[in-house]
Design a protein around this ligand. Structure first.
Ligand code: SF4
Ligand code: MG
Length: 322
């Protein structure tokens, strides 16, 4: 597959004021040197616990927030340095679907207006044919034509996510960032939305950056996967490799603690209990060492660089040779 999106060394530190009674400014390294590629029509999963930087990666790549450093190439264009005009063109080709579609829809705007506005702003439909294009979009995501005349609150969560997807598709993108697109939905509705995304992916040859904490969903939907821990890539590679034989102890933890672990591999490892450490003060050395059953002395002082661990596969862990 031809490379569509190439992310290199993407980094972002947020400053926030924390503490009581005297707040101090603290630096939070939300994304720290993240690199990956997505080919045309290919789905890449980004997994990790909440707060690991998954959503921030998407927002940085889309320039919804500005990165501190690194590079994001979409086709032949550098996104991070793109002019306003270039960015407008890029926005047509890169879209996002949010976890909570309600937050992405204006409650006072009818669905048809919301979809039509995007089409008109980008010159993809004129006043006469906009209704037809909107109805075709609604049909494509499994909603009736009359949905155009209704307001977002008149729909169920699953239907609202279909509207969110229609909005992302309106401009004919090549790549969709899907940020936990089914996490807020009932399990039965989740399956329907995943079937829809699967169909759109095939029919439109859409590429996806599919952000999820649910390994089962990523395994099903994606070909490659990036595992993030406190803003860093700890393991990356083809889905079958990573899910069948996870190398990084954190990926192993995600696998055994996922809602539907494979019974034959649900080995109980001596993982330390508790929440992931805060990105405000990540532990020295390997960020994962306080929870890792294999931690060695070197892990407490030296951050393990990413090393090759097979075809198209890398892992950041001292258990494996550099
Ligand atoms: Fe565990 Fe050390 Fe590997 Fe970190 S580098 S995951 S602490 S073995
Ligand atoms: Mg998130």
């Amino acid at each position: 597959n031809k490379t569509l999106l190439q992310v290199r060394d993407l980094s972002k530190t947020f400053l926030s004021r924390k503490g009581w009674p005297v707040p101090k400014t603290v630096a939070v390294r939300a994304v720290d040197g993240v690199s990956f590629e997505v080919g045309q029509g290919e789905a890449l999963g980004v997994v990790g616990e909440s707060g690991c930087g998954k959503s921030t990666v998407a927002r940085l790549a889309l320039r919804l927030i500005e990165a501190d450093g690194g590079s994001v190439r979409f086709g032949d264009t550098e996104v991070l340095g793109a002019s306003k005009a270039d960015l407008r063109r890029l926005r047509r080709r890169m879209q996002i679907v949010f976890q909570d579609p309600a937050s992405a829809l204006d409650p006072r705007q009818r669905v048809g207006e919301a979809l039509g506005e995007a089409l008109r702003v980008h010159g993809l439909a004129n006043r006469r044919d906009v209704r037809t294009v909107v109805e075709r979009l609604l049909d494509e995501v499994g909603l009736p034509k009359v949905a155009a005349d209704r307001f977002p609150h008149e729909f169920s969560g699953g239907q609202r996510q279909r509207i969110g997807i229609a909005r992302a598709l309106a401009l004919g993108p090549d790549l969709v960032f899907a940020d936990e697109p089914v996490s807020a939905l009932d399990v039965s509705v989740q399956a329907q939305i995943l079937v829809l995304l699967e169909r759109l992916k095939a029919e439109r040859n859409l590429a996806f950056v599919f952000i999820s904490h649910d390994l089962g969903v990523v395994r099903h939907f994606c070909r490659k996967v990036v595992v993030l821990y406190l803003g860093r890539v700890v393991e990356q590679g083809p889905v079958p490799d990573i899910f069948d034989t996870p190398l990084h102890p954190y990926t192993q933890l995600l696998k055994v603690s996922s809602p539907n672990p494979d019974p034959d591999t649900a080995v109980h490892m001596a993982f330390q209990e508790g929440e992931p450490p805060s990105p405000v003060n990540p532990p020295k050395g390997c960020h994962f060492h306080p929870r890792c059953p294999h931690a060695m002395d070197v892990c407490r002082s030296v951050y393990p660089s990413l090393r090759k661990a097979g075809d198209g596969r890398v892992v950041a862990c001292h258990l494996y040779p550099e």
